[in-house]
Every structure is written in structure tokens, then in C-alpha cells.
Design a protein around this ligand. Structure first.
Ligand SMILES: *Cc1c(COP(=O)(O)O)cnc(C)c1O
Length: 472
């Protein structure tokens, strides 16, 4: 036997027994979190993994099998007993950050969720009549009041478009401009969703220009609808063009076909729409005569993940009867949060909606906060901090390129701690802090950090800037 294989055999023999690990000092803490049988399973799993790697890798990597097993079990116990979904501090300045859960909910929405989450509720029960009711009523009448037309709520905007096409177009054709067949992010492409609904796309125009005649020429026996899509994260400049909503409405009417518009974001107020380029308010499209609009609940609307479709009563009723509606409907927690968010709009208290509040935060307030933060860091010996002029991003699929001027705190990387290393330390903090890095500078945007989190942010920064020698 070679010396190396001898080492390996000795190590394999020295693998700890399950009971031995369970009696180790570390095990006491695991047994506080999980029942003995489950911990024993994890120990067995860890010993098995170690045995596998001993057979594959260099034995010299495994000097202390008991320690290695303990560390593996520790990781497994943490993963099983702690929530993997946890809060993060968003200092990136991206207001609707899809990876960070898009719109944070306002206090009324959070309260509404907690008031019904832990018990029974009247989700589908009419307490007046003492009989079965419909879950649609909870947000339906509020949306009707805000938009002036009936609406339905489903899981997200992708589900809303899917359902609309499945009901109105299935096996027929929907006419759509080539310039609007965008990919929204994470590999999600509008054309894929459209095709999954069994609708056939009749693509018209060219990537940069589509005119009304292109739509008109494509009308045929199999046409079931016209579709207009918000170009979302995609901005065309130069020689571009597409028909106005009004032109498409007129064409759809003359052909007795419905016009569907995927608006992406749900911009519910004119005032908000004015400040954002290319973001028509939902009501404007409806007023113009679009037969059905769809939009997200967690983009500009500032509510929970949801898809809202609204428009002509007969079409909405048809879609409501589609069996897939049942598969795409939302749960009571979503309805509670959405209802509270819609109440904020109806009451004119949009300040209760964090995404809108962040978007509207005045530069002077942010500047004062940024200087305060920068000085606090400097007082604690953090070098290379300054306040610079920068921009926050709206983010979130729709108009993600929309920028808002915002003062930023910049922390210069240095030889012992580069900006990349500082960024990674901040991410490893609990709660993790998400920042932007630009040219060896960490950029902090307080627009998306509620004041209640600022203390924690400072703690994370002081922790992270104390790390020396981690320069990547
Ligand atoms: C974001 C977006 C969608 C997808 O919305 P989800 O709510 O994420 O499903 C669809 N269409 C457009 C134009 C969008 O901007």
C-alpha cells in the first residue's frame, strides 16, 4: 500500500461515529434547534459527505475529521432552523429592485397582512348573508373606483397577460410590433409568455419602426386582438416610431377587435406619471379606449406582487370564467396588502407607500442625511468618505433607466481594503447591505434606506471598514 493510500485508510478509520458527534460540545446547540432524530440524520449526512470526499480528494486536506463533520453539521442546522428569506439594507438607490423584492410595503399594508395572517378571515365569506362570497370583492371595488372599470387580480403581470391572451386569442392571432417584443429580465421574454398562452404572434413592423399600416395589413380572419406593450427596460433612440394609443384604438374599433395594452408598471396617478418619461397613467390608456390593460402590483404601484387586469366589463367577465384564473389567483395576504395600498391612493395618502415616498424624497433632505453619515464615518476613523452628486434609479422592469438626482456617500477603496472587498464585507453583514461599486468606490444612496435602518447601516460600515488585509 502506498503511503498516500495508507493515510487515506487511516483517515477513513478515524471518521467519527454518529454518537460521538452527537455527544460533542457543539451538538448541544444543534439539539436546542432541532429534534435529536433530525440532528442525527444531518450528522450521518455530513459523515457520508466527508467519506466521499476522502475517497476523491487529497487526504492531507482532512486533518481533523471530527472538526470537519462538526462544521458541516453546523451549516446544515443553520440552514434548516433559520429563515433563508431575510431583510437586507438596500443602499443601492434602485427603488424597485426586482432581486430585492421590488416595492417595500407601507405600514398600512404590513398591518393589514398581520391582522389577518394568523387567523381566519372573510376571504370568500359574505358575513352579511352568512354564505359563500368571492375573493374578488376585496380589491375589486377599490380598483373600480380608481380606474373606472372592472378589474381582476392575479399572481403577477406575466400571469395577467397570459390569462388575457389565453381567453381572448387562444388558437388565433394577436398582432404585436417587433419593437415591443422585449426581454424583461432573468430570461423572461414577452414572446415566450404570449406563445405559452397558445396565442400566435403576428409580428409586424421593424425593430425600430412600426406604423399603423403595418397593423392594418396584418388584420385577417384569424386575428383576435391587437397588443401594445410598454417597452419596459428598453429604450429606442434615433429613427423610431410607433402608432399612438389613440390610433390603435381607432384601428381596433374599426376591425371590431379588442386592443390590449401591457403597461408594465401600474402608474395610478397623473402627478407621478408627469415626472417619469414614457410612463402613461393606467387611467389614461383606459380613457383612450384600450379594452384591457395589464400591470404589476409591485412596480410603480408600490404594493405586493400581483398582476392587475382591467377594462371592458364583458371581457373581464369572460376572463374571470377561464379555468386558468383559478390557477393564477392570489392569496389572502396579497389581497390584504393590495387593499391597504389602494386605500392609501384613494385617501390621497401616497406618502404611506414607500416606493413613492423614496422617489419623491427631496434632495436637500437626502443631502443632509448623506453629510451626516459621511461625518459619522469620518469621526470613527473611516478614511476617504465624501458626499458626491449622483443618481438613484427607478428600476423594476418598467422605465428602469429613469434616473433621479441624488447625493451619494462615496467611500474610496484603499490598498488594504478595495471597494470590491468592502462591498463583499457589507454583503456578508447581518443584515446584508447592498451597495453600488464604481471605479474603486463604494457608493451609498440613502434614498432607499429608511431612517430606521440608518443605525444598522452605520454599524455594518464600521464593521466592514475595520476589516483589513481582505483586499481582493
Ligand atoms: C415587468 C413587466 C412585466 C412582468 O411583470 P411581472 O409582474 O413581473 O410578472 C410584463 N410586461 C412589462 C412591460 C413589464 O415591464
Amino acid at each position: 500500500m502506498s503511503r498516500r493510500n495508507g493515510d487515506r485508510a487511516a483517515l477513513l478509520r478515524s471518521l467519527p461515529a454518529v454518537d460521538q458527534v452527537l455527544q460533542s460540545e457543539a451538538a448541544a446547540a444543534w439539539l436546542d434547534c432541532l429534534p435529536r432524530d433530525r440532528v442525527a440524520d444531518l450528522v450521518r449526512e455530513a459523515i457520508g459527505e466527508l467519506r466521499e470526499s476522502l475517497l476523491m480528494d487529497k487526504p492531507s486536506d482532512y486533518r481533523d475529521p471530527l472538526r470537519t463533520v462538526e462544521a458541516k453539521v453546523e451549516g446544515l442546522v443553520q440552514r434548516l432552523s433559520k429563515s433563508s428569506l431575510r431583510p437586507v439594507i438596500n443602499a443601492s438607490g434602485v427603488i424597485l429592485h426586482t432581486n430585492l423584492g421590488r416595492a417595500p410595503l407601507g405600514q398600512p399594508a404590513v398591518d393589514a397582512i398581520s391582522s389577518i395572517a394568523g387567523g381566519y378571515c372573510n376571504l370568500e365569506y359574505d358575513t352579511g348573508k352568512g354564505q359563500r362570497g368571492k375573493r374578488d370583492v376585496h380589491c375589486g371595488s377599490l380598483l373600480q373606483r380608481l380606474l373606472g372599470v372592472p378589474a381582476l387580480i392575479v399572481n403577477n403581470n406575466a400571469a395577467a397577460i397570459f390569462l388575457v391572451l389565453h381567453e381572448l386569442v387562444r388558437d388565433g392571432e394577436v398582432i404585436v410590433s417587433r419593437g415591443e417584443l422585449v426581454e424583461i429580465g432573468d430570461g423572461f421574454r414577452i414572446p415566450d409568455i404570449l406563445e405559452a398562452s397558445q396565442a400566435q404572434l403576428r409580428e409586424v413592423g421593424s425593430t425600430n419602426r412600426t406604423n399603423l399600416g403595418d397593423y392594418r395589413n396584418a388584420l385577417g380572419e384569424r386575428t383576435r386582438a391587437l397588443l401594445r406593450i410598454h417597452p419596459s427596460n428598453f429604450k429606442q433612440v434615433g429613427f423610431t416610431g410607433r402608432p399612438t394609443v389613440e390610433q390603435l384604438v381607432a384601428l381596433a374599433r374599426s376591425a371590431s377587435l379588442p386592443l390590449i395594452e401591457d403597461l408594465g408598471s401600474g402608474c395610478l396617478t397623473d402627478e407621478l406619471a408627469e415626472g417619469i418619461e414614457g410612463e402613461p397613467p393606467v387611467a389614461q390608456s383606459i380613457k383612450a379606449g384600450v379594452n384591457l390593460v395589464t400591470f404589476s402590483g409591485d412596480k410603480l404601484l408600490g404594493g405586493p406582487q400581483a398582476g392587475i387586469l382591467a377594462g371592458d366589463a364583458d371581457l373581464v367577465a369572460r376572463i374571470r370564467r377561464n379555468p386558468l384564473f383559478r390557477a393564477l389567483r392570489v392569496d389572502k395576504l396579497t389581497l390584504a396588502a393590495l387593499e391597504a395600498t389602494l386605500h392609501s391612493y384613494l385617501a390621497g395618502r401616497e406618502d404611506e407607500i414607500p416606493a413613492l415616498r423614496f422617489l419623491r424624497l427631496p434632495a436637500q433632505i437626502l443631502s443632509a442625511r448623506a453629510h451626516q453619515l459621511s461625518e459619522r464615518l469620518a469621526d470613527h476613523g473611516v478614511a476617504g468618505c465624501e458626499v458626491i452628486a449622483g443618481e438613484s434609479l427607478l428600476g423594476g422592469g418598467s422605465t428602469p433607466m429613469q434616473k433621479v438626482p441624488s447625493p451619494l456617500v462615496a467611500i474610496e477603496g484603499r490598498p488594504g481594503l478595495t471597494a470590491a472587498a468592502l462591498e463583499s464585507c457589507l454583503r456578508a453583514h447581518s443584515p446584508p447591505v447592498v451597495v453600488r461599486v464604481e471605479k474603486n468606490r463604494v457608493l451609498l444612496d440613502l434614498r432607499t434606506v429608511p431612517e430606521s435602518q440608518e443605525h444598522e447601516l452605520v454599524a455594518a460600515l464600521l464593521d466592514a471598514t475595520r476589516q483589513e488585509g481582505t483586499g481582493a
